[in-house]
Every structure is written in structure tokens, then in C-alpha cells.
Design a protein around this ligand. Sequence first.
Ligand code: HEM
Length: 472
Amino acid sequence: MTSAEMAIPEAAALRLDVDAANPLPPIRPPAEVSTLRLLRAFRSDLLAAFSADAYLQLRVTFRRLGRQFVVLSDPDDINHVLNTHLDRYQPNVLAQRLLEPIVGRGLVLAEGAEWEQQHRQLIPVFQPRHIDRLVPAFHVTADAHVASWLNGMEKGHVAERNLLVDFRRLTLAVIARSMLSIEDETRTAQLADFASQAESAGALLRWQDYVALLAWKNIAQPAERLDVGARWRAWVGGLLDQRPPIDDVEQARDMLDLLRAARDGASGAPLPRALIVDQIGTMLAAGFATTALGLYWTAVMLALFPEHQEAVRRELCQGPIDAPPDFAALRASRVATAFLYESLRLYPPAYIIAREARQEDRIGDFVIPRGAAVIIAPWLVHRHAALWPHPHRFDPGRFLQAGRITLPKAWMAFGSGPRVCIGAAFATMEILVILRCLLGRYRISLADPAPSAVGRVTLLPDTQPVFRLTPL
Ligand code: HEM
């Protein structure tokens, strides 16, 4: 198969999309990824580990650090790994180590029969009717944050904001309220502390992680990561202890109650206490930074494409803006949804999905050796020359056909197969509610050049430009 060993010049196709009609920062993949570059990429920007041919070839294989890497971008290959033969693959060792202290045995890392049981228990919790019940909480939190950005400023002034910081605060407050009914500043700040400690404990690779990657999987976690995990468990355990028993989901006031009231369809058993704690950690780890970044990249696109911004505003901001939105109308909002999907196509917060082959596997005559690192990168799949016309251009129209939303099979911002994101509807609704509050009050533009993407645990911006919010 095609290999990144083969040096190819920087792909002409990539350059073609970088023209006056495309205000997005260009990407400049290397022709080849040496071992040194790969090691650097692990520390600073995993996007730098994708060579130019990964944007042009559907299968790329290379051997580095004593390990076979297989990068798959063909939707049929992806379906093989993430769906029809998912039992032949396990979570990548690094993802496991970085997430485990907070998510424990929760859904993200559970496997086999354990995953199936947890999934059965959690699917009802994420039903649209429960998410719809959270919409007023999304709205109240978003409205208060967005309105406060003009506090203390004179009438007619323009607010200059770092929306990365603002959106992280806002989405954390939404999680605190909708998952844990936390509204006071002290406990919201404690939750924010856990989120950032977990992020920094999980973002930096330590020497133990390199040992785990290259030699011995079972080496102990760094003490700092274990410590964050233990304090997190004690904190959520404390919240659980304060609540009266519950066994009817209809009485649930938040996600924690829904988990406490959930019963196994087969045995009728409630979730064990330790597992409830793990699932709350899972939702925080999987749902906080991803949603904040999804919102952030969407705001960058709104600023870069003012005509689209107007169209999204027209659709979302009907009726009084400080009243909670009608969730049926939000769900039917095609212009805004297509805009969001296109933003998540170009900037997928969960930009890489890594698995490890448990056994030798074959897709036709293509062999994936046992132990190979299998990389499925929404970032690459979404920008692949064989899968999208003008892949680097922003065009929400790709998701609209005859006025209806359509999802091309190469779109996978929320993953694919049975392990697709369980929080996709939650995140989509939350983002639409926040966009409605934002666009109902302000016109958004950028005071600085747009950021480029950097691949860390999630897809971060390389700079934090000032956004101008002009009151309407
Ligand atoms: C824009 C926001 C989000 C994005 C882009 C996103 C993306 C993803 C992706 C790509 C996966 C698949 C990972 C894999 O196959 O390895 C995933 C899984 C998951 N996501 Fe999300 N997610 C988002 C928001 C959320 C939210 C808000 C929650 C919870 C409230 C959540 C909970 C989960 C869980 C529990 C899984 C694991 C599912 C399983 O393994 O069965 N996510 N997410």
C-alpha cells in the first residue's frame, strides 16, 4: 500500500483551495513524517503527524517507533473497524491512560459485554425527551453569560472578548447545571478546577506513557494523574451522598438523577455507585472541552462568513431572545444545523480516533497486523481530496439537499458505528441554544487573524484572537 515513506511534494490539491475565495488559514502538511517529527508531534501538534499524502490517499501505512501505523480514511474501511469488526480493535493505550483517572470504567473505555450493558443503561438517559427537558437550563445559563459580556460598558460600545475562555466557562456552567444542578459559583469553580486539572494531567505525556506505548502497557500512572482521579471520585461521591433516593426517571432534575434512576432493562438493577461516578466523569471528560471547541470553531466561521452569519441569525433568532427557545424549532433549524455541521467538518474537536488491532485483520487483501495503531482521523477524512469537492472550503450547502439536511457518509464529527458519540444530540442542542443567545444579541467579527488548528487531546486554536461583539 501507499506509504508515507515515499516522499511526495506538497500536494498541489491542497494549495488549490488556498485562494482569495477561501479566508480559512491554509494547512501545510509535511511531505514526510520522520521519527523525530512524529515524537515532536506527540508533544505539540498531532496534525503535524499527517503527511500530505494522507489527504490524498485513502490508506497510508508507515512503521515508526517499532510499531505499525495504519491511517484509514475510506468510509468502507472505517465501517469495518468501527462497526462490522469492532471486536477486533481496542482503545489505544495512550487514550486509555490519559482518560482512565477521571472516566474509570465508564462508557468511553468499557469494552465487550461491559460496554453493551452500560450502553443499554445510558441510551435512555440521552433520549431526545430528556434533552428537551434540559433546554431551559441551557438557555438560562447561556443567556446570563452572553448578556453579562456587556456589563459595565457604555451603551453603543463593542465588547472585545476571548471567546475560547468565555465558551469554556459557559459550557462548564451548562454541564454543572444540567448534569449536577450546580448553580452556585463555589461549586462551579470546583468543577472547573477538576476539568482543567484533568485536562492538564491528561494532556502532557509523561515518561511512563512512552514506556506504556513502546514497551510495557501496565506501568503505573503518574502520581499526579492518580491524585486528580481520587479527589474527583471523592467530590462526586459527596454530591451523591447528599441526594435522597430516586427510582423514577420522571422525578429526575438532572443527568445525575437520570443515572441514579436508570435501571438495567434485563435485570432491573440500578447502576452501582462507583459506576455512576465514572459515568459523570465520562460525560465531563468527553462532553465539556469538545462542546466548548465545537462552539468556538463555529464562532470563528460565523466571523469569517458574515453573510452566512446573517442567515443563521435570521433562522435562529425569531421571537423574544430572552425567552427559552422552542426545541422543536431548534431541531428543525436547517441553516444553522448545516452551518454547524460544516464547522465541525473543517474543525472536528475530536479530530482523531485511535484503536489498536487485537489480532491480525484483513480488509480484502489489505492486512492490518496485530498490535498496529489504527488511526481514523475525522480531521483527515473531512478534508480528504477523494471524499469532498473543494475539501478545504467552507460550504454549509454540502449538508443541504432540496432544503433538507443530509449527512454524507464521510462526515464523522461524532464518530461512527455503535460507539458513536452518545452525547451528540445533547451537544448539538446545547450549541444551537448558545448560538441563538449569542446571535440574538451581537454581530460577531474578528479583530485579529483567524487561528489555525493544533492537534492536542482535542483540536485547539493556535492563537486566541480577540472577537468583537457588536450589540444589535
Ligand atoms: C461537539 C461536541 C462533541 C464531539 C465533537 C464529540 C465527539 C465524539 C466522538 C468522535 C466520539 C467517538 C470516539 C471513539 O469512537 O473513540 C465520542 C464518543 C463519546 N462521547 Fe462525544 N462528542 C461531543 C460531545 C459529547 C457530550 C456533550 C457528551 C456527554 C454529555 C459526550 C459523550 C460521549 C461518550 C460517553 C462517548 C463514548 C461512547 C461509547 O464509546 O459508546 N460527547 N464523542
